[in-house]
Design a protein around this ligand. Structure first.
Ligand SMILES: C[S@@+](CC[C@H](N)C(=O)[O-])C[C@H]1O[C@@H](n2cnc3c(N)ncnc32)[C@H](O)[C@@H]1O
Length: 431
């Protein structure tokens, strides 16, 4: 029998509260609920996490004492119940009854009356409880991130926060090797699919409504891929020439690697590396759908494998692991998982990756450093530290007309209804 959808959501959110990512916690539960409930399960999980900091602060006021770690599923259920009362169209009594009912599927009957009492108290005291929330909780952001955004982006914090709290648009990249963006927009219009051209990326198409990729004309045949518009700037900035050897050092799942190959069909070789061998399989699947080829290499960019010889690459793309603070609307679990103390640790790893890869670049070659972060500590400051530690690296001039110019690179900020937040810095090896 299919598992209760609210109990499934409670387990997913409980899993995130225990430190797992949504990508780890959600798929096993999607497989356990009935097919009809899968959309609702996703909506409950994404919605609850998107509003997570506000819901947690609200729940803190409604509970007499915090729940035990082993009852994170019940905490998840209560957060999900509060989300339904505020963020979904379910009538209050139905949302309460269904949430209380889920304690049975979770085999925690003791929590039945407590769940009922907490949700009913919220309905009675909603106004006072909401009034007592601080600004960060109201903005559905953890306090440290809220304060950092206000401090680093005083003029843009409100729009970053608004974008972070939205459902992201579905953006496509038209395969330039196969057809033009205008041709694809015409095909979509003929199929009755509403879409518009992106504003920054010349191959970007934004759909008015997300939909299953298999419903997109030509998806299976490789005419388009799903990729955010800001992420589409990487391959454009690299400007690979025919015959060049290129290393995509943090390549999985392969969005940017495939774009590089689409833009330069006469490339000498693209080596797509990732530390996570399982994720490299995703690169292989994407290459296959688009009928592209690359050399796949498992390896750690901080200490590259000996197969990658020094000074053997004309271009290197470093799409570094980061806080994901620029793509929160796509990964709302970041709001609960990411801690302020992670940022210096990530910055150290990013610097180590740059230092590990630099010897592989030929003299005169370029390396593009990219993150999906909006935090200066992971972006300009990493590049500054790298330049200070390296005698033959210089920052390339930056003539783009998009995004914000930073001390060492360019920042695209997450935009309501528009693109994600990504940072780019292009470095050249002088000798
Ligand atoms: C932002 S994602 C890359 C997205 C990819 N470039 C794309 O466009 O589809 C970062 C990737 O870096 C990989 N990674 C993390 N640490 C690494 C390391 N030390 N060496 C190589 N890859 C690493 C992760 O496994 C992850 O796949």
């Amino acid at each position: 029998m299919a598992f209760d959808v609210r109990a499934a959501a409670a387990r997913v959110i409980g899993g995130v509260l225990a430190g797992n990512s949504l990508n780890q916690a959600l798929p096993p539960m999607l497989a356990r609920v009935g097919e009809r409930d899968r959309g609702l399960l996703q909506q409950l999980c994404y919605g609850t996490l998107r509003h997570g900091p506000r819901l947690q602060a609200t729940l803190g006021q409604l509970l007499d004492k915090p729940l035990r770690d082993k009852d994170r599923d019940i905490q998840g259920l209560l957060l999900c119940g509060l989300y339904q009362l505020d963020g979904m169209r379910t009538p209050d009594h139905a949302a309460v009854a269904a949430t209380v009912g889920a304690t049975r599927a979770l085999k925690k009957q003791w929590a039945k009356s407590m769940t009922n009492a907490v949700l009913r108290r919220y309905l009675r005291e909603r106004e006072q409880v909401t009034r007592a929330l601080d600004d960060a909780a109201r903005a559905c952001h953890p306090t440290w991130l809220y304060n950092t955004l206000l401090q680093q982006w005083p003029d843009f914090a409100a729009s970053i926060i608004e974008a972070n709290n939205q459902q992201p648009p579905m953006t496509l990249r038209v395969n330039r090797a196969r057809l033009s963006r205008n041709e694809y927009l015409t095909t979509l219009a003929q199929e009755g699919i509403e879409a518009r051209a992106g504003e920054v990326g010349p191959q970007a198409v934004m759909l008015s409504q997300p939909r299953d990729v298999l419903e997109l004309p030509g998806f299976t045949a490789g005419l388009v891929s799903v990729q955010d518009e800001a992420a589409q700037m990487a391959a454009l900035l690299l400007q690979c020439a025919p015959g060049e050897r290129v290393l995509d050092a943090c390549a999985a799942p392969g969005g940017k690697a495939c774009h590089i190959l689409e833009l330069q069909p006469a490339l000498g070789e693209l080596v797509a590396m990732d530390v996570d061998e399982q994720r490299l399989q995703k690169v292989a699947e994407n290459l296959q759908r688009l009928a592209l080829s690359a050399t796949l290499q498992a390896g750690d960019a901080t200490a590259p494998p000996p197969e990658l010889q020094s000074e053997s690459f004309d271009r290197i793309l470093v799409d570094a692991p980061c806080s994901a603070s620029g793509v929160i609307r796509r990964h709302p679990d970041v709001k609960l998982l990411r801690q302020e103390s992670d940022i210096p640790q990530l910055a150290r790893q990013q610097l180590e990756i740059l230092q590990g890869l630099w010897p592989l670049l030929k003299a005169g070659g370029t390396l593009l450093y990219a993150t999906c972060s909006v935090l200066d500590e992971e972006n300009s400051q990493v590049v500054q530290h790298f330049l200070a530690s390296c005698k033959n690296a210089e920052l390339c001039a930056n003539n783009e007309n998009w995004g914000q110019e930073m001390a060492c690179g360019r920042q695209l900020l997450p935009t309501p209804g528009g693109h994600d937040g990504l940072f780019y810095a292009l470095l050249r090896k002088t000798h």
